[in-house]
Design a protein around this ligand. Sequence first.
Ligand SMILES: C[S@@+](CC[C@H](N)C(=O)[O-])C[C@H]1O[C@@H](n2cnc3c(N)ncnc32)[C@H](O)[C@@H]1O
Length: 222
Amino acid sequence: MRRDWERRAKENARHYVVTGQEQWSDEEFYQSGQTTVAEEVLNDMENICQGLDPKQMKVLEIGCGAGRVTRALAGLFGEVYAVDISREMVRQARQAVAGFPGARIFHNNGRDLRVVAYNWWNRFGIGRQVQVDFAFSVIVFQHIPSRRIIESYVREVHRLLRPGGLFKFQVQGAAEAEPDESWVGEAFTAEQAAEMAERCGFELRHQYGAGEQYYWLWFFKK
Ligand SMILES: C[S@@+](CC[C@H](N)C(=O)[O-])C[C@H]1O[C@@H](n2cnc3c(N)ncnc32)[C@H](O)[C@@H]1O
């Protein structure tokens, strides 16, 4: 996964992040991130903020790519932590959020969120547990060809999320093609999604798009 995403990032990161266009200007690319946030976050602030002031909230993004959505999240929330498996994506994401002091982008190992906790310890002392208020991921798990890794992330989010907090994420819901090394991910049925929520300590309260590529899940930490 790491090798493939590194290659894609160096070849044409923005195209592999959103395949709709071969070339993206800064303006178009960041506008598409704003659109994603308008469609998936701004219209869902009740579930996401639960009465908290967004500027006081810590938010986590898994698979930030070139910072398309991260930048929009950084304009909305107080602190944003984002991880990605590709160093080149991380480099581009850092450029995207330059000017947003509350945004931190980390290169991770592709399966857990230890790097976020380590960074927190460096800032505030070993043993201090980072706690995020909301976690988000889009167009990432649909590329991960391993249910075990996806579930590892879900457990990791559970570890870092505050009780009652929301992990809103998208998985592949259409089992059209066989999973491959890093482009076609494992698909989830509604039953599999509900079982994963239960196993990982979440309540699956809402869902949208079962059977489709964009299958959205609302996991609330119990
Ligand atoms: C299609 S891009 C989407 C990027 C971003 N979420 C967006 O919507 O703009 C998928 C991203 O997920 C990252 N990725 C893929 N597998 C990953 C994994 N196991 N852990 C972390 N990041 C991963 C890739 O490096 C790539 O940057």
